[in-house]
Design a binder for this molecule. Structure first.
Ligand code: G16
Ligand code: MG
Length: 223
């Protein structure tokens, strides 16, 4: 029986990917002498801060050039640029349809938790005015593995005290859908049906999200 919801943040609740990427691009250019092509944006979605830096260093053939302390400084510099760009973030930055969707879940009485790889997730929810909707936020610092490993979604279900099988997870990235499926939660993809082909249910955009449609699809798949 459907009992709870686990949410990705970037690309599902708000669109922080472009801000993340702009910050990586500037830091990589200024401090590493690496120019990132726009095609790199998709590859970094849902990937943790240090894993993103590793991907960038590898792309620039500089994976062996720096100490751990230097790498941490690069990541901190990127994060400061990122936080700077979020200064004016507010409820206007909630993706279309998300607020009414969250309201319908709340009204139906399902608990919700956040399964975001972002250490800035609590700050972002706060800026968006959505903190009170969530019963729990997984702390990504406690994770051993990133998506597509199921760990973050399993912890998100645990945090709302519901079995994985009874939870619906929402994601915009293929690695995230893989993580939800591996956790044995019902996966809802938001975006391109070719990219998210492994999802149990797909909505083309957040504006199309419907609790009723999710409840119906869930009941059919998991009677
Ligand atoms: C988000 C973004 C990633 C970012 C990661 C870590 O993931 O999609 O690009 O690198 O968080 O963010 P931070 O540097 O703020 O800790 P998600 O899981 O919300 O899609
Ligand atoms: Mg995402």
């Amino acid at each position: 029986m459907l009992k709870g919801f686990t949410f990705d943040l970037d690309g599902v609740i708000t669109d922080t990917a472009n801000y993340h990427f702009a910050a990586w691009k500037k830091m990589a250019h200024d401090e590493l002498g690496i120019d990132l092509p726009d095609s790199m944006n998709d590859k970094l979605k849902g990937i943790s801060r240090m894993d993103s830096l590793d991907i960038i260093l590898k792309f620039g053939h500089k994976e062996n050039d720096y100490t751990q302390a230097q790498k941490e400084q690069f990541a901190t510099d990127k994060n400061n640029l990122y936080l700077d760009s979020l200064k004016n973030m507010s409820a206007k930055d909630i993706l279309p349809g998300v607020k009414p969707f969250l309201d319908s879940i709340k009204q139906a009485g399902y608990p919700m938790s956040l399964a975001s790889a972002s250490k800035n997730a609590p700050t972002i929810l706060n800026k968006l005015g959505l903190t009170d909707y969530f019963d729990a936020i997984v702390d990504p610092a406690t994770l051993k593995h990133g998506k597509p490993n199921p760990e973050i979604y399993q912890k998100a279900a645990e945090a709302i005290h519901e079995p994985d099988y009874d939870c619906v997870g929402l994601e915009d990235a293929a690695a995230g859908i893989q993580a939800i499926n591996a956790a044995d939660q019902f996966s809802v993809g938001i975006g391109d049906k070719d990219v998210l082909s492994k999802a149990d249910l797909i909505f083309p955009s957040t504006a199309d999200l419907s609790l009723t449609k999710i409840e119906e699809a869930y009941k059919q798949a998991r009677p």
